[in-house]
Design a binder for this molecule. Sequence first.
Ligand SMILES: [Mg+2]
Length: 376
Amino acid sequence: MTLDIRNVTPFVYRCPLDEPVATSFGTMRDRPMVLVRVEDREGAVGWGEIWCNFPAVGAEHRARLVDSVLAPLVCEKTFASAQEAFEHLTRRTAVLAIQSGEPGPIAQAIAGLDIALWDLEARRAGQPLWKFLNPGAAPNIQVYASGLNPTNPEGLALARQKEGHIAFKLKIGFGIERDVRNLQALRTSLGPAALLMVDANQAWDVRTALDVLPRLEPFQLQWLEEPLRADEPWSEWAKLRERTSVPLAAGENIMGLEAFDLVLKSGVLSVVQPDIAKWGGFSGCFPVAKRIIAAGRTYCPHYLGGGVGLLASAHLLAAAGGDGRLEIDSNPNPLRTLLSGPVQTICDGKVTLPDRPGLGIEPDAVHLKEYAVSWR
Ligand SMILES: [Mg+2]
């Protein structure tokens, strides 16, 4: 069955935050979300989500990229599959990506559109995406509670533990004394069985990382995420790998099959974290996930956004298999909770995906009006 897309419609949403979130790359005053809806000649529909967290003004720009650049390309011909559409979009925007200096936003917009095309294909086939991608897959995945900020992280972590989480990721890089105090507080509150990870969000250089690593080692961390800048050569990361027992993780800032192959070849990462809404969609990230697992590494989807992209990440993890965990933000965000249905029922650190076709969600049946932003 071919893909003959007639309509591509992006939507922008913003949910105000009570407390702005400060990061090293800017302040978030709201949680943004860009959804994209595709419809084929017969009226079959699919939904995707485009990563748009930074810069904070960027959501409307992603929607305009879809509207003005990608929609005409996806509607100009029929495709044998979503995979073929992904390759067409990537090829036809390659020069624009260089000329505009915007390979990131263009890749993100293509990724979200790709999710929508796969959702449409799976719905048409009457299968949930995890099964459509891999008929031999099981619908159960492991999850973890992410986004624990450095102020009173144990309060939020305890609330998530009560909801069924058993694994928790703390943001660090706020001075090693504060980081260690927070890890101790988490260990004390959550108990000895809780699994802990940390994310430094590219905070350190090699020397600082080597200085602080001995302080992190006693906490038996599942992984240390992005201790260095993501554009540091893998030979620099190897210096950490050689000197510590803490498994290293990265991937949310890696783009392209070749780049993932390179890091797998280097052997420095134990945990690899592609973001399905940031690069690749299912077409790019399913092959990458399979290569990560074949290389003996752990595939853990990176994700921070609304519920549609979270569901896509969940389906991809279920299809890929392995021992990885799905990242679920711990902080309140109705754009996530209103749209991610089954992913919110957590039992002993696990989630079961339903048998509903596609991603299993109808965003137009969800009341999102109060968050909608007009951007045209
Ligand atoms: Mg991270």
